[in-house]
Structures are given as C-alpha cells and as structure tokens.
Write a protein that binds this ligand. Structure first.
Ligand code: ZN
Ligand code: ZN
Length: 352
C-alpha cells in the first residue's frame, strides 16, 4: 500500500502559488485522530488564500482546505472518544491556547493564538487529515458526507445569526450576498422568525432564484430593483432591523449601513481582503449596533449538527458541483465567477 497521498498545497506567499503535490500520509500523534477525507468544500477564504489577501496566521507550505467530512482511520495514543470507522467532520481550530479569556469562555474562534487547519496545520484538500480528538465532530447516521462537508460554514452562520445577532420573530432582516454563508444566514434568520430579504447582483441571479426556492421570503437583484425602496415599504419607513453583510463587497457594506434603521444591528460576516471606504459616522447617527463574526466554536457545532439531523436547514441543494481534486482550478474559478455555489472536491488516488 502506498504511504503517500495527493494534497493541494499553498507553496509560498503571493498570488497563486498553489499546486497538487505528492506528500506523506500524516500519522496521528497522542490525542490525535487520522481521518480519510471524503469531501472538502471550497470556501471564500480559500480564494483569499489563493490571492494571498487573508489576515489569518499561515505557515507555508501548507495543505489547504478546512470544510471536510470523512471516516476515522487511525487513532493516536490515548484517544477514547472516537472509534475507527466513525463518520466525522471537525472544528477547524487545530490549536487554541486554552489560556486566554476567549478560550476560557468558549469563544475559541477568537483565541489570541489560534492556529487553523488549512492555514497553519495541513488541511483537508488531501486524502487524509490529522486533527486533535477534541475537535472531531461525529455525523449522525442520517447526515451524509456531503452535508457533513457543509457543517463548518453552517457553524459560521450560526455564530453570526444565533450567538452574536440574535434575530427575533418579525425582525426585518437583510442579507447582503447570496453565497453559501449568505444563504445559510438567511435560512437561519427565518428559522428564528425573521422576515428575510436576500440581496445580490446580476451575476447572482441563479443564487437568488435558488434562495426563493428554498423559502427565503424575498430575493432582490440590486441592479434591477431598488433595495432602499423595498426596505422602506416593508418596514413602514423605518429601515431594516438587522443587516448581515455576507458578500465582502464594499458597495454592499455601504448600502447595508444606509438601509439599517436607527438603533438597528449590523453584522459583518464577509471579508473584503482590503480596507474599504464607508460612511462610518452613520453608526453614530443611527446608534447602530455593529459587530463582526469570525469562524465557529464548539457551541455552534453542537447546534449545527442538531439542525442537520432534524432537517431544519437545507444544505444539499446549495452544493452545486462535486469535482475530483485535480480539477481544483476549475472549482476555484466557478466559485470566483459565481457560476457555482458550494463546490466540493473529492480526493484523488495519485498525481497523473
Ligand atoms: Zn470556510
Ligand atoms: Zn486562547
């Protein structure tokens, strides 16, 4: 049996610098678990890694990919909460300090010294990944591997909607950006009782139609419809109670603050990849409550797994493509130009 595998590696800083490489299969140390990867999702942040415009700690070269599902194939010494053959996914923070105030209060996603898989530790665009036992998340029997690969972004949306923003029944909620996180954010906000408008541009038309198909109350194309007017009408002139900016586009952030009601809540989820220009004093004039949301922690996983198990959230219709790892460039391209939504990559046996 071969002891090598194929991984998608960010080799050096700078635009691009990603390639498939043959690498040794990683072995689990004490307290760690080896997982044979079944599927790994392409995330917006993987695109930022490609363009080298992400501000998270990286150690290169590194195998990328952090949204995965798979089967447990080897246990390190002392592992007793996970069995061989378990179907699993996993929390992306490989290493957190355990000592900072955020770790101690369960907010490991904002640990002072967080090191992630796919950034610092080898990630899941590969045949195998090794993660700490405490990060392993078991998939319920009725949750498929493809759903499992979408758990991590669902957790990120839960952190934004449930933990940080707390949508209430009848809140008028505007979600800027109908990408995967936007779609999940919209579904969660509706689950909490919000009236949701999801917003995109011309290139998002397919995604907007899809959101409507999944039951989102209203989908608005910024290029052909007047968002401000729609929000004004729906809110009796007040503005939106809550805005989630999930696109990482400066124009969306600007109009999000514009349509927010006085005393409303604005939550930044998307990443811009650079400083942006915005009318920041609107926050003061509106007494807006502004928060950011980054990543996920154990609490989010606990809820995400229940939501999938009990079919409260639909993630499979959001998976647009499943490609073998050696077609990763095509996957990244489809993701970037908006023709795909959640694109999963499956490991390949060897380099051709
Ligand atoms: Zn992600
Ligand atoms: Zn910490």
């Amino acid at each position: 049996m071969s002891n090598t595998m194929v991984g998608l590696v960010k080799t050096a800083d700078g635009v691009g610098n990603m390639e498939l490489r043959e690498l040794p299969i990683p072995e689990p140390k004490a307290g760690q678990v080896q997982i044979e990867v079944v599927a790994t999702g392409i995330c917006g942040s993987d695109l930022h890694i490609y363009h080298s415009d992400i501000d998270l700690a990286m150690k290169l070269p590194v195998i990328t990919g952090h949204e995965f599902s798979g089967v447990v194939t080897k246990l390190g010494e002392g592992v007793d909460s996970v069995k061989l053959g378990d179907r699993v996914s996993g929390i992306t923070s490989f290493q957190t300090c355990g000592k900072c105030i955020n770790c101690k209060t369960g907010k490991t996603n904002i640990c002072q010294d967080k090191k992630l898989i796919g950034y610092w530790y080898d990630g899941a665009f590969a045949n195998y990944i090794v993660i700490p036992e405490i990060n392993v998340q078991k998939l319920p029997d009725n949750v498929s591997f493809h759903e499992g690969a979408v758990l991590e972004p669902l957790c990120c949306a839960i952190e934004a909607v449930i933990e940080l923003t707390r949508v209430k029944p009848e809140d008028l909620v505007v979600v800027m950006g109908p990408g995967l996180i936007g779609q999940l954010t919209a579904q969660l906000a509706q689950l909490c009782g919000g009236r949701v408008i999801i917003v995109g541009t011309g290139k998002d038309q397919k995604r907007l139609v899809q959101a409507k198909g999944l039951g989102i109350h209203q989908a608005v194309n910024l290029e052909t419809e007047d968002l401000a007017k729609i929000v004004t009408e729906m809110s009796g002139g007040l503005g939106a109670d809550i805005v989630f900016e999930c696109s990482g586009a400066a124009a969306a952030a600007r109009s999000g603050l514009q349509i927010l009601r006085k005393g409303g809540q604005y939550t930044q989820v998307g990443l811009f990849g650079k400083p942006i220009e915005i009318n920041y004093e609107l926050i003061a004039y509106k007494e807006a409550k502004v928060t950011g949301s980054l990543g996920q922690n154990w609490l989010n996983w606990n809820l995400a797994i229940k939501l999938l198990k009990n079919k409260r959230i639909e993630v499979l219709p959001l998976v647009s493509d499943i490609l073998p790892l050696d077609r990763w460039e095509e996957g990244f391209e489809k993701f970037a130009n908006g023709s795909g939504l959640k694109i999963l990559l499956e490991p390949i046996a060897k380099l051709s």
